[in-house]
Design a binder for this molecule. Structure first.
Ligand SMILES: *Cc1c(COP(=O)(O)O)cnc(C)c1O
Length: 241
């Protein structure tokens, strides 16, 4: 199986879904895509050649920081669907009724939330890109992003997550300096969260590999919530003082 995540967490690289699908098919492999960051509202990997799409429903799909949930979706392949259903039945990892209900309820406002997450993320990305304490912003909705064109070919929006590289080592005051933007590991909920990949999400990745893919001590990830953009930018200003 080729397993891809696009945009990647936390570097926000965009991977070519159609090309990866062709590569998998040429080798008789399945092609699976983690679509957590963009959700089906912005990106539909099954229409671009994926066999399986997985989501952390914990994030944008449920969207309110109150569910732990995962989904695997298959296209027109009943045998593959049966295999996954068998795994789910035998491992007993079906979601509880209440968590299922919360997730379904979250999905009802997915389009509204994704539009707002994206608009806020673009505002934050532009603000950060112009800030003297920020050396680099990774957000595929910025025309300066190396795969801006590719994203526009295969997705209809850039979503609510970005990462950025501080120009100095004063990381802790940025992580803890916000009033609205909380220091926490998750993403995709109503509230903006700032994450330190090196010690949180990617702590289990060997240091040499982290360095190689750009997860350095100055890299921070921001999940942009549904706050008023003025409040959001004011909080970023305070954090970066
Ligand atoms: C959070 C996350 C996961 C893991 O999902 P959980 O719901 O936390 O188990 C997988 N992929 C991506 C891209 C994520 O952001």
């Amino acid at each position: 199986m080729i397993f891809a995540e696009t945009p990647t967490n936390p570097m926000m690289k965009v991977l070519p879904l159609r090309a990866l699908s062709a590569l998998a098919k040429a080798h008789g492999a399945l092609f699976a895509v983690d679509n957590t960051f963009l959700t089906p509202y912005y990106q539909r990997p099954l229409t671009l050649g994926a066999d399986i799409v997985v989501h952390s429903g914990t994030k944008f799909l449920s969207g309110h920081h109150d569910v732990c949930c995962g989904l695997a979706v298959v296209g027109e392949d009943p045998a593959l669907a049966d295999r996954l259903a068998l795994i789910q039945r035998t491992l007993g990892n079906a979601l509880s009724p209440f968590d299922s209900w919360l997730t379904l309820r979250g999905i009802q406002t997915l389009p509204l939330r994704m539009e707002k997450h994206s608009a806020n993320a673009l505002a934050a990305a532009n603000y950060l890109a112009a800030h003297p304490r920020v050396a680099q912003v990774n957000y595929p909705g910025l025309p300066s992003h190396p795969q801006y064109g590719l994203l526009r070919e295969q997705a209809s929006g850039a979503g609510g997550v970005l990462s950025f590289l501080l120009a100095d080592d004063r990381v802790q005051s940025v992580l803890h300096g916000g009033k609205l933007i909380r220091f926490a590991e998750s993403l995709g909920g109503t509230t903006s969260l700032i994450t330190y990949p090196q010690t949180q999400t990617h702590a289990s990745v060997p240091a040499s590999l982290r360095e190689k893919i750009g997860i350095t001590p100055r890299l921070l990830r921001l999940s942009v919530g549904l706050e008023h953009p003025d409040d959001l930018l004011e909080d970023l200003e305070t954090m970066l003082k």
